[in-house]
Ligand binder design. Structure first.
Ligand SMILES: C[S@@+](CC[C@H](N)C(=O)[O-])C[C@H]1O[C@@H](n2cnc3c(N)ncnc32)[C@H](O)[C@@H]1O
Length: 337
């Protein structure tokens, strides 16, 4: 690793800057708070073992175990048994994040690189593809396979690898033009925190995508559901729509691979929910605005008084809101007529 390759990273614990150091011939990244992240064979490892949730530690061990010879065979079986064309499925997902040549893209949970080379192809010579995974074996297999894909598909973009946890990513806010993740989301220790992290490292206006197993709701409880779930209990999951951050805009949801996997894609908007014009007056009899109907509600009046208000407002040619607001201000002595 070279010092300029460190610049994209920050400490996943507190966001502080990292410095490349070497001790006894081994490189590591040092954070201001004293944490050392080892660099193994040129790949920084930001996972602090005892910080992992139980499900993350189990996931990491499982993918380390299957990375070298089991994972790709299982995936080939999956696409064949589900009668799906992998090329079409993966390219369709990439279309959902609008990858353009020259972008800087992060792939979370890159696995053995089955989407990575497709992303790299789209990014072209001026692009940067950052690939990370919780499993260091997966990252090493991905790097090895990408060397083959590079020659086979004429890939030209810069490739950067790291080992890290999706729920504590080692990048400053807004680092990437797009963030892509497929296949590990249901195993993140905290789904909301995972989605928040993918979103945080995406620039405002950039696209985020994540997807994983979950039989489509309209197939739940059917024989089809029983068959696929008996083979892989992960299909029993529900689509985690409530994990989306408030800043998600232009949200698209799709089911792929025989309707057994959800894919959620969105644009990162400004923080918080979509903006509203809180003071645009309603045009109906009640009148008022979004603001007055939420923030302006008082303790209420008797049913008879309410009927009298309706009538009085109609007689005065005002909305109920205008009439009430005037009367309450007058009575409360604000001086506004
Ligand atoms: C089913 S594989 C999918 C790999 C690849 N995206 C694909 O579609 O073939 C799930 C991947 O997500 C990774 N993963 C699971 N939890 C993760 C986490 N918390 N942070 C980063 N990667 C994670 C796993 O190690 C594994 O490589």
């Amino acid at each position: 690793m070279t010092p300029d390759e460190v610049e994209i990273y920050c400490c996943p614990v507190d966001g502080s800057e990292l410095v490349l150091r070497e001790e006894a011939g081994r490189q590591y990244l040092a954070s201001a708070n004293g944490i050392r992240y080892p660099v193994n064979d040129g790949i920084p490892d930001f996972v602090i073992g005892d910080s992992l949730a139980d499900i993350e530690a189990a996931t990491q061990a499982e993918y380390d175990r299957v990375a070298d010879d089991i994972y790709d065979r299982a995936l080939d079986w999956q696409f064949k048994a589900f009668l799906e064309d992998e090329e079409t499925v993966r390219e369709t997902m990439l279309d959902m994040i609008a990858v353009e040549p020259g972008m800087k893209v992060l792939e979370v949970g890159c696995g053995t690189g089955r989407d990575s080379w497709r992303l790299a192809k789209r990014l072209g010579a001026a692009g940067e593809l950052h690939m990370q995974d919780l499993s260091s074996r997966m990252v090493h297999v991905c790097r090895r396979q990408m060397a083959g894909f590079r020659a086979q598909h004429g890939l030209e973009c810069a490739e950067v690898y790291s080992v890290s946890n999706a729920t504590a990513l080692p990048y400053p806010d807004g680092t990437f033009d797009a963030v892509f993740h497929f296949g590990g989301f249901n195993h993140f220790g905290d789904l909301k925190a995972g989605a928040a992290e993918l979103t945080r490292v995406t620039r405002i206006g950039g696209r985020v995508l994540y997807g994983d197993e979950a039989v489509a709701p309209w197939l739940k409880g059917t024989e089809f559901d029983g068959i696929v779930s008996a083979n892989n209990a992960l299909f029993k999951a529900d689509i985690p729509l409530t994990s989306l951050p408030a800043s998600a805009r232009d949200v698209t949801v799709k089911w792929v691979i025989a309707n057994c996997f959800y894919v959620i894609a969105y644009t990162r908007g400004e923080d918080g929910p979509p903006p509203l014009d809180l003071d645009l007056p309603h045009t109906g009899v009640r009148g008022g605005s979004l603001r007055s109907r939420y923030f302006g509600v008082l303790e209420g009046v008797s049913v008879e008084a309410k009927a009298m208000v309706r009538q009085a407002a109609a007689d005065a040619g005002m909305s109920i809101h205008e009439w009430l607001d005037r009367v309450v201000r007058d009575a409360a002595g604000s001086g506004k007529k």
